[in-house]
Every structure is written in C-alpha cells, then in structure tokens.
Design a protein around this ligand. Sequence first.
Ligand code: FAD
Length: 319
Amino acid sequence: MVLSLVEHDSGAVDDNSLEALTLARSVADDAGEALEAIAFGPEAEGVADDVGAHGVEVLNVVDHSDLDDYTPEAYARAVIQCAEETGTEAVVAPGTDRGSEILAHVAAKLDETMAAEVTDVEVGDTYELTRQRWGGTLIEHAELDADTNLLTVAPNEISTSGTGDGPADVSAFTPDLEDSDLRVRLTEVEESDVEGVPLAEARVVVSGGRGTDGDFSEIEDLADHLPNTAVGSSRAAVNEGWRPHDDQIGQTGNKIAPEIYIACGISGAVQHMVGCKGAENILAVNTDPEAAIIQKADWAVTGDLHEVLPAVSDELERR
Ligand code: FAD
C-alpha cells in the first residue's frame, strides 16, 4: 500500500497535496499497490470526494481530540501507526512546511531516511528518484533503498490529474499517542496581517525589485487594476526594508505559479527565478535590454517601470 498525506483547508484539498496524490498514485500503480490517504482535523472527511477522484480507495481520517490542532510529532506518530496497520511501502507528503516537518519526524521516529523535493519516481527493486536540490537550480537522480520509502513532493512541479473515480471510503483512525508526542502543542494562533490576495492563490503577481528604488506605489496601483492580483518582490527589495519577507519570491521566499508574473526592475537572478518558474507567462519590465530576466521572459518591455506601469494603469482605468 502507498499512503499519501493530505493537507486541507476546511475540507478543501490543498493544491500541493493534489500534486503529492498524483505522484503517490503513479508510485502505487508502478508497485501494483493500492493508494490510501491520511488527513487530520475536524473537517478532514470533507476531502473524500477530491481524494477519491485522484485514485484513493480509503481515506484514513485521524480521530483524536489532541490532534484537532497541528501537533507535528503526534501527527507523525499517527502516520507511522496508520502506515504499519495498512502495510505501507511508501509514504508520500506534499513538500510544504507541514508535509516536510511531519515526514521528517516520521523518518526520525522510524530511524529511516527521507527523500525530499521529489518530482518523479520509477519503482523497481529500489526507488529511482528525480528530485530537486537548491530550490530547483539542480536536478538530481538518486536511488532510494528503504523499508518504508518516505518522499516529499516538490511543490508546483507536477501537473495534477484525476481518475474520475467516486469518493474514497472513509475510515476513522485513532492513534495511540505517547506523552513525548505532545511536547510541542499549539497555544495560540496569530493571523498574518498581510492584506489582499495571497501570493499562492493569485492569478497575476506584480513584483518589484531594486529597480523600484523603494517606490512600490505604481506596482500596487497596477495590482489594484487587475483581478485576483498580488504584489511580490525580490530579495533585494526585502533586504532594503521596502517589503516584508512574506512578499519575497525565490529560493528563500515564496514559490508561486500564477498565470502571469510581471517582474518590474528585477534582474532575473537564478535564486529569484526558481520562485517564479511555475508561472505560465512572465512579463519583464526593465531598463536594461541585457538583463537576464529579458531572456527568460515570454514578453519584455524595455523601459523605466516608473513610466511604463502608470501608463498601463491609466489605460486599464480608461477601459
Ligand atoms: P538587482 O539584481 O539589483 O536588479 C535590479 C534590476 O532593476 C536591474 O536589472 C536593473 O536593470 C533594473 N532597473 C533599475 N532601474 C529600473 C527602472 N527604473 N525600471 C525598470 N528596471 C530598472 N533573490 C530573490 O529575489 N529571492 C530569493 O529567494 C533569493 N534567495 C537567495 C538565496 C541565496 C542563498 C542567495 C545567495 C541569493 C538569493 N537571492 C534571492 C538574491 C539574488 O541573487 C539577487 O541578488 C536578487 O534577486 C536581486 O534582486 P533584484 O533583481 O531586485 O536586484
């Protein structure tokens, strides 16, 4: 059996979990195994339709009052016990903060190894993996030879595909926790004060770099004129204190996959581009026709962003 960890927001499956399910299904098919899923939280049953449509036969819903809130070590204990009960040969998790943290705890508790940022698996006597290193600047081929193969899936790298099957069968699973599993417990949640469309969900991202010279008003104005649009930035702009780190795109920031990424006054350093390579289209606005981002963009405007952006916003306002 292959077990896939599913994250969700009130019963709506997170996109990276659908990517993990897609990879888990191909592992299960190659290995001739069934695919099951495990989900936590009060509304976990709500994912049964979505995971069933991605080939999951059984959804294990963790039923334990101590696990309604995120508790990484205890979640890992539940994953281990569920995997043992169902005879799992591989556990696949999305390469999100939580997915990576839970699977790292699973690996530590089992004294197993874990392969992170996987994009492809060929199952034979061992698992032949393709995976990303250094935020995707390096692709690595590796062999994994473990009793339980633990994999996280690189976010925004796999096209999700459904099977069209009906809902998964829901099975309640109650783990037997140890005191040490609850050493870290949630006491309070503070919402981030970031307003507007979240970067991960935006269809368009307008981003600014050092070329803005600290003035993001034209970038914000353009974002306001476009539907479902968020503002991002390069690390240079964050380092200058012009934008919060929450806005940063790149290797040490957000990895985004909008329909259009509009990069203004950004040179296109490799560490920046790994954060936006999931974008369907890139539009660059830069005064330097030789800037690296011009070569990587689908469209480019050579010009001063302080002139180009107001002209575009004015035109959008006029229509
Ligand atoms: P610059 O490279 O200085 O480019 C500014 C651009 O603006 C130039 O191309 C210039 O021609 C153009 N310009 C200037 N004036 C105008 C104008 N008026 N109108 C239009 N264009 C103009 N960077 C990230 O962004 N994200 C990361 O996550 C990240 N992680 C990193 C991790 C590591 C380990 C390291 C070493 C670096 C990382 N960096 C990251 C930094 C990265 O290498 C670059 O230094 C950074 O992306 C540069 O930011 P920038 O393009 O805004 O600035």
